[in-house]
Design a protein around this ligand. Structure first.
Ligand code: LMR
Length: 396
């Protein structure tokens, strides 16, 4: 039966890791998949996570099933981290939520839930958006349309075009927004722009669906949730998908959160029953391990403060890598102004070079990046920045 299936190309992001591994060039540079790396190119387990693992190992006394929603301490801890502990929706018991297998799992079960609300629903995504948003949401059967977001020629957000488009979105449509550290561009909305998005949502009645996968990597753990909190405080319905892959470094443990702000407790209970039922029909319940670790960290003041300082270290290092690359490109006489890289936030930057130039970087210089020209800033180091800048100057 399988002979009817065609061979598929490698995943546009994950496939880069395999290509990088096969490359025998000793000077190869990996700026592909969004994984934090230290100066030595390693992705170590955070100290807070290591300590939480010891606590979990010493205290876990059963491997029986956990509850359908996942680790409740994890869900509560994450909701407080994202919304703030005193958020009215939390105090009024208007937020439903489940632990999900990664941010991807959260996006997918929320998309499945949306099809139960309206199978003809349209989800608007930014142009560009993270490549995997399309299958995660589209494969659930929802229609995907794009709103203008990034002006590649001028390396900035096309905010006027974005708002013109969002103003035409019909009531009940869903608009996917990146909470912070936009993937792939690194270009984030300002506070004023979030305010405008809120006003458009209030006028049109669209429902925001916020994907927040990099909290703490932009300007700080509190600063990065400005938009989510603003929308959640002023709209009756907001959908949230969050991930602990990056800020807790728990990539392979697949730790995510699917949450919904609802208008009242009754709708909260209904959506809670529905999202658990969606998950039950796909994977039953989430794996507990990663959520249990985050629960321990967020609910232990000492571990939480250690984790927060580790997030700060990662953020500050990535900011300094941006500056290092920009300065190096100036020093090497690059014919293009890359200073916009310093303004972009989080793990990614769009270099705003052509697909042909990307191909040359990969094939002639062994510099691995996503075809859109997205680079993982954390892959830059003191060791490779010269070679990277030389390669970029050569392909410009
Ligand atoms: C990325 O954007 O590189 C990461 O989120 C990894 C992935 O799954 O694509």
């Amino acid at each position: 039966m399988f002979e009817v299936l065609p061979q598929l190309p490698a995943d546009p992001i994950l496939g880069l890791s395999a290509a990088y591994k096969q490359d025998t060039n000793p000077h190869k540079i990996d700026l592909g998949v969004g994984v934090y790396k230290d100066e030595q190119g390693r992705t170590p387990i955070l100290q807070a996570v290591q300590k939480a693992q010891q606590i979990l190992l010493a205290n876990e006394d059963s491997k029986t099933y956990i509850t359908q929603q996942g680790v409740q301490g994890y869900i509560d801890g994450m909701l407080s981290l994202i919304l703030g502990a005193g958020h009215p929706a939390l105090l009024e018991n208007r937020v439903s939520g489940v632990q999900a297998p990664g941010g991807c799992g959260a996006l997918r079960i929320l998309a499945e839930l949306l099809t139960r609300c309206d199978k003809d629903l349209t989800v608007w995504v930014s142009d560009p958006t993270w490549a995997n948003h399309i299958p995660l949401i589209g494969n659930a059967g929802l229609t995907i349309k794009t709103y203008p977001y990034f002006d590649k020629a001028n390396a900035c957000i096309k905010f006027d075009q974005m708002t013109d488009c969002l103003s035409q979105v019909k009531k009940g449509d869903v608009v996917l927004l990146h909470g912070c550290c936009h993937n792939p561009t690194g270009a984030d909305l300002t506070h004023e722009q979030w305010q405008t998005v809120l006003e458009i949502a209030q006028q049109t009645g669209f429902v925001p669906f916020i994907d927040i996968a990099y909290q703490g990597f932009g300007d700080g753990l509190e600063e990065d949730v400005y938009g989510v909190r603003l929308l959640a405080a002023n709209l009756p319905e907001v959908i949230i998908a969050a991930s602990c892959s990056k800020n807790f470094g728990l990539y392979r443990e697949r730790v995510g959160l699917a949450a919904m702000i609802t208008p009242n407790t009754q709708t909260r209970d209904i959506t809670q029953s529905q999202i658990q039922n969606v998950a039950r029909g796909i994977y039953s319940m989430p794996p507990s391990y990663g959520g249990a670790l985050v629960d321990i960290i967020l609910n232990d003041p000492e571990l939480k403060s250690l984790w927060m300082s580790e997030v700060t270290d990662m953020r500050v290092r990535m900011q300094s890598l941006r500056a290092m690359l920009v300065n190096k490109l100036v020093e090497k006489g690059a014919s293009k102004d890359f200073s916009f890289v310093n303004q972009q936030k989080g793990m990614f930057s769009f270099l705003c070079i052509s697909p042909e130039q990307v191909d040359k970087l990969i094939n002639e210089h062994s510099v691995y990046l996503v075809g859109s020209s997205r680079v993982n800033i954390a892959g830059i180091s003191n060791q490779n920045v010269d070679a990277l800048a030389d390669a970029l100057v050569a392909v410009l």
